[in-house]
Design a binder for this molecule. Structure first.
Ligand code: G6Q
Length: 541
């Protein structure tokens, strides 16, 4: 059965559940939470506040089975070339394989190479952190990761999330080719004690190379040409280019073409993380992901957290027609987690053709977005509660805070739980009317105000509660979403591991750039592009 027909089998369940709001389902079944929640290690996943009943859930699990999620998962872990448009294996899971088992790519066990790079990263990190590795001004005080997309979002998000564990040099991230990014970052840094990590799988990405060259100029100016090299390290698969840039091989940390950019934080791309939190905690981070990998491989589909996350996403995207998905961490240090997931999900599953190159006949990846609660509550939650779009949400919250600060944490958790409750239960016209009556409003005032205060409810959400935002927990969370995205891609029959959609704009930028310094109109362009070039040139002087 093709993707569309398989997904369509869910339709009768939507029809049935359309007349059964979740609040009624909760009343009817006191065991709903225990039926629709799971625990994995230190993490609890509640998916009971979704528009499902036992039959719909079974049908969803059946969909995963019919779409051969298990077979394709096994193919991924076995190193088959499931990234067909680039003819590559997809093995970010090997980077956190702490089991001791071999992982074969084209018949070769890649684990020894992975361990070799990890051990080189470990040695370098220990040397930098202890001060054994010295640059012109002595011990490194600041590390600037220069990279973009997958070579930036992962480490930047993780370093921020794990800041309570950071006891190494201060980490900074420069990604945007907008000179403001580099300039703002370098302000206040001492070039004599700064290390730049040029993170680029290809070592050809225009933005990264432009930032790397400007960083090199900044260092050379301060310490001279001869000493500049020691202020640079590289994370790349392109040794020729790292050498040409002047970075010695012993400060170049490699990875492989079977590690996709947005899946690369577990690889050498995580060096800035390791420098910040140290090798032992970096290992815990890998361990968290490994726990999830094992769960994904071994747990039956109906108890498999990433599979369930994926199925619920399909349910809402394809059957209920909900086009966006919000990720709302009640954990301020996860501020960049939604942005990270945006790349993971939207770059992976924002596809319009299937594996055979045929136009897909179902909607694929949703728009993913979000901001930390409680800030979001005072901003865009209005639309989530009362707008005309239904937005399935993921709430994330820790049981233990990093800071013991009065009752802040209890307030935070209470808000998180209150939001999912409010979204689910809503508030009926009768309830609003009774409340306004109780407050002494007359009938006219009630009639005027009541409709505005009604919450239709029945708005779905998942909630993750974990013990604490530790390196291990963060590793788990990221891996859960990675596998969710994979399962959805499998069900939609698309390639989640390429990203051809980002190419066209890059090519056109190269074409346009020469027109921006010449007072000459790009003749072959549309009138808007020509007009914008003209406006730019006139405003420039
Ligand atoms: C991620 C993408 C993309 C990539 C950047 C940076 O999956 O491939 O975001 O990570 O374009 O690429 P380089 O690491 O090659 O500079």
């Amino acid at each position: 059965m093709n993707a569309k027909s398989a997904i369509k089998t869910l339709e009768p369940h939507r029809k049935r559940l359309s007349d059964m709001p979740m609040r009624d389902l909760f009343v009817a079944d006191s065991k709903r939470f225990s039926k629709f929640s799971l625990t994995l290690d230190d993490l609890s996943f509640d998916f009971s506040k979704n528009r499902i009943d036992a039959d719909a859930f079974d049908a969803l699990v059946e969909l995963a089975r019919n779409r051969q999620v298990e077979e394709r998962r096994d193919a991924m872990f076995a190193g088959e070339h499931i990234n067909t448009t680039e003819d590559r294996a997809v093995l970010h899971t090997a980077l956190r394989n702490l089991s001791g088992d071999p992982v074969l790519v084209d018949g070769k066990n890649v684990m020894p190479e992975i361990r070799k790079v990890l051990s080189a990263m470990r040695k370098f990190s220990n040397d930098v952190r202890s001060g054994k590795y010295k640059v012109s001004g002595g011990k490194i005080t600041d590390v600037v990761n220069v990279g973009i997309g997958g070579s930036d979002l992962g480490p930047a998000m993780v370093v921020r999330a794990l800041s309570p564990y950071a006891d190494g040099p201060q980490a900074h991230f420069v990604s945007n080719v907008d000179g403001a990014d580099l300039a703002d970052t370098l302000k206040g840094l001492n070039p004599k004690t700064t290390l730049f990590i040029i993170a680029s799988k290809t070592f050809t990405t225009a933005e990264t190379m432009a930032n790397a060259r400007s960083a090199l100029a900044w260092i050379k100016k301060a310490v001279g040409v001869k000493k500049a090299g020691s202020h640079f390290a590289a994370l790349s698969t392109n040794l020729e280019a790292t050498r040409a840039f002047g970075i010695s091989d012993d400060r170049t940390f490699g990875f492989w073409d079977w590690v996709g950019g947005r899946y690369s934080v577990w690889s050498a791309i995580g060096l800035s993380v390791m420098l910040a939190i140290g090798p032992a905690r970096f290992r815990s981070f890998l361990e968290g992901a490994h726990i999830v990998d094992q769960h994904f491989c071994k747990a039956p589909l109906e108890k498999n957290i990433p599979v369930i996350m994926a199925l619920l996403g399909i349910w809402y995207r394809n059957i209920w027609g909900f086009g966006t998905h919000a990720v709302l961490p009640y954990d301020n240090r996860l501020a960049r987690f939604p942005a990270y997931l945006q790349q993971l999900d939207m770059e992976s599953n924002g596809k319009h053709v299937d594996l055979a190159g045929k136009t897909v006949r179902t909607e694929t990846g949703p728009v993913v977005w979000g901001e930390p609660g409680t800030n979001g509550q005072h901003a865009f939650y209005q639309l989530i509660h009362q707008g005309t779009d239904i937005i399935p949400c993921d709430f994330l919250v820790a049981a233990q805070p990093q800071e013991k600060l009065g009752n802040h944490h209890l307030m935070l958790v209470a808000n998180c739980l209150a939001q999912s409750e409010a979204l689910m239960t809503g508030k009926t016209l009768e309830e609003v009317t009774a409340e306004l009556k109780k407050n002494g409003l007359d009938e006219a005032a009630i009639e005027h105000l009541a409709p505005h205060k009604v919450f239709e409810g029945n708005r779905p959400s998942n909630t993750f509660i974990y013990r604490k935002l530790t390196p291990k927990t963060l590793g788990m969370l990221i891996a859960l979403y990675e596998h969710k995205v994979f399962v959805q891609g499998t069900i939609w029959d698309i390639n989640s591991f390429d990203q051809w959609g980002v190419e066209l704009g890059k090519v056109l930028a190269v074409e346009i750039q020469p027109f921006l310094s010449a007072d000459k109109s790009p003749t072959k362009k549309d009138s808007s592009t020509k007009g914008l070039v003209k406006a730019f040139l006139s405003l420039r002087s």
